[in-house]
Design a protein around this ligand. Structure first.
Ligand code: ADP
Ligand code: MG
Length: 556
């Protein structure tokens, strides 16, 4: 396996588990069982059925190659924070009691070594099957400050779960299990099918929506994997697994690129599920990053980010139920998005054991489009909100964002081509020298959107007409932001322009609305693909449940 990080760093139990699982994978294991207690501080065991280690090497692999003696806690800190290349086991010996039992034959002959306080205490034959088991007890026992710090946070088991889950998702052909305090937290079947692994790690809802990315390549980087559909979201980025050459990494820019492709269909603060693998020449990965942070830099990261964003958009587009939709990946498909609910308690407390991710949210939002037209329209309050009643629930709808969503999707669908309205006086638009060619090439497309723009001279263009968006509340005010979206490099400009146009022509907050208009708006909103979120990604519906009211009022 290509090495990315500069060395191993055992800075916490989760990083030890990661190293041990990587060793097992390196040894070609098809079954890997992880057990921990006390967040891994008290006990961790990683057992595999890989190639095993020759008896004569069992001591050697636990020994530090460098001659430096470990003198005091400062030395330990150094190992813990920076690690040493190829010395994960040796580092573990320095900070824990370690037992390693291994066999590399099929006759049941194995070897076992036991280290305590950094010293070899036992080295003898043992009967066992092919494979390796490493047990570490009392991690950081000689480093009270670190141990206390780690024990104070209850999250270490969750971190370990996340690491094992990532490996299970990336290595669908390997059967993983994880137990904490003897309770099974995760089990994958090793079926070899990424979608099955997704179901095992993240639940049936995520599996059902998994969309395969078309394998592609650019600049020496090959990309493959799958992404979740727009219905499955979660509140953290823990559902995004990126791997470079099989090794899970964090790469903030790539993550951002991917998330941008999901916008504007996700509410702010929600994140997708995805497992993306990048394969490249290890020389193109910058190893000059802290190993424990798993942060990597790729050469040509911008190109990789663009490729990733394109692939995600393409996959999302292919998953919508409109074959005539080609480039419009963001159009109304069978979208459904979580509605923030007061009092449902479902979006909080996402469980780390792999069940229940977003399932309730998804169901709630699926039901929304169907429910909305049946609801009783109470009216408008505060010149801002539309109030709907449905059984036990009260729904509050932000009138501006709701209208934005409706207009945005109308523009996307393109079935009512906006009429062009000639301006009495043309607006002058100056573009920058590097933008001029691209902008000029866009004029025909802009015309289809209702903008009539002519090139005057050099960098100067004249806007002669602007679109009249059907159903809009006010005429378009072309401001700096609209102009900016028009000249935006890349392929995002159209969505961004639609969003800006929808925003500027939607009914504002603070305006009295006629009831027929409100009723139509609710119907139109229910018909959109993402009725719970505005094109900028902000929530637009808040559901106040009966249960919430009951609790707040203390109704019996
Ligand atoms: P590295 O993995 O960087 O070589 P480690 O300290 O993690 O360093 O492991 C040292 C060596 O011990 C490995 O190179 C490998 O030969 C052997 N080894 C460790 N764990 C296993 C395992 N689970 N199965 C087989 N061999 C192992
Ligand atoms: Mg290793």
């Amino acid at each position: 396996m290509a090495r990315i990080a500069a060395g191993e760093a055992i800075e916490r139990p989760a990083s030890a588990v990661k190293e041990l699982v990587e060793n097992a994978l390196d040894a070609g294991a098809t079954e890997i069982a992880v057990d921990v207690a006390g967040g891994g501080l008290d006990f961790m065991r990683v057992a595999d059925n890989g190639a095993g280690i020759a008896a004569s090497d069992a001591e050697l692999v636990c020994r530090r190659h460098a001659t430096s003696k470990i003198g005091d806690e400062a030395d330990l800190e150094r190992i813990v924070s920076f690690g040493f290349r190829g010395e994960a086991l040796a580092s573990l010996v320095a900070i824990a009691s370690l037992t390693l039992a291994t066999s590399d034959d099929d006759q049941g002959h194995g070897w076992q070594v036991v280290y305590q306080d950094g010293e070899l205490r036992h080295s003898a034959p043992v009967a066992r099957q092919r494979g390796t088991t490493v047990v570490a007890r009392g991690l950081f026992a000689t480093m009270p400050a670190r141990r206390k710090f780690l024990a104070a946070g209850a999250g270490e088991t969750a971190r370990i779960a996340q690491i094992v889950r990532r490996f299970a998702l990336l290595h669908a052909g390997v059967q993983f299990s994880l137990a904490a305090e003897s309770r099974l937290l995760l089990r994958s079947s090793g079926s070899g099918r990424p979608d099955v692994a997704a179901g095992e790690c993240w639940g049936a809802a995520v599996r059902a929506g998994a969309i395969e990315l078309r394998p592609s390549e650019r600049g020496g980087v090959a990309l493959s994997g799958w992404i979740g559909d727009r219905a499955a979201t979660r509140a953290t980025r823990a559902g995004i697994v990126l791997a470079v050459n099989g090794r899970p990494v964090r790469a903030a820019r790539l993550q951002e690129a991917m998330e941008r492709a999901y916008r504007p269909l996700f509410p702010r603060g929600r994140h997708p599920f995805a497992v993306v693998r990048l394969e490249c020449d290890p020389a193109d990965v910058d190893p000059n990053v802290h190993p424990a942070k798993e942060e990597v830099l790729l050469r040509g990261e911008d190109a990789v980010a663009a490729l990733l964003a394109e692939s995600v958009r393409e996959a999302l587009a292919s998953a919508t139920k409109r074959p005539d939709d080609d480039a419009r990946s963001l159009s109304a498909g069978q979208l459904s998005l979580p509605i923030p609910r007061l009092g449902s308690g479902t979006s909080k407390g996402v469980r780390e054991d792999g069940t229940g991710y977003g399932a309730t949210d998804t169901q709630a939002s699926r039901a929304l489009s169907a429910r909305m037209p049946r609801m009783r329209l109470v009216g408008q309050v505060q010149r801002t909100l539309i109030v709907l009643e449905d059984g036990e629930s009260v729904l509050l709808v932000d009138q501006h964002r709701a209208h934005e969503r409706v207009l945005y999707e109308r523009l996307l669908a393109g079935d009512h081509a906006p009429a062009a309205q000639a301006l009495l006086e043309p607006m002058v638009l100056e573009v920058k020298p590097h933008e001029v060619e691209q902008f000029h090439a866009r004029l025909t497309q802009l015309e289809a959107l209702g903008f009539r723009i002519e090139r005057a001279a050099g960098l100067t263009f004249l806007i002669q007409a602007i679109p009249v968006v059907p159903g809009s509340a006010s005429s378009l005010r072309v401001d700096g932001e609209v102009l900016q979206e028009m000249t935006l490099p890349g392929d995002r400009w159209r969505d961004r322009l639609y969003t800006a146009v929808a925003c500027r022509t939607a009914v504002r907050r603070g305006r009295d609305l006629e009831l027929p208009f409100v009723r139509q708006l609710v119907y139109d909103l229910a018909a959109t693909g993402a009725p719970a979120v505005c094109p900028h990604g902000s929530p637009l519906i808040l559901e106040v449940t009966g249960r919430f009211l009951q609790r707040q009022f203390d109704w019996a």
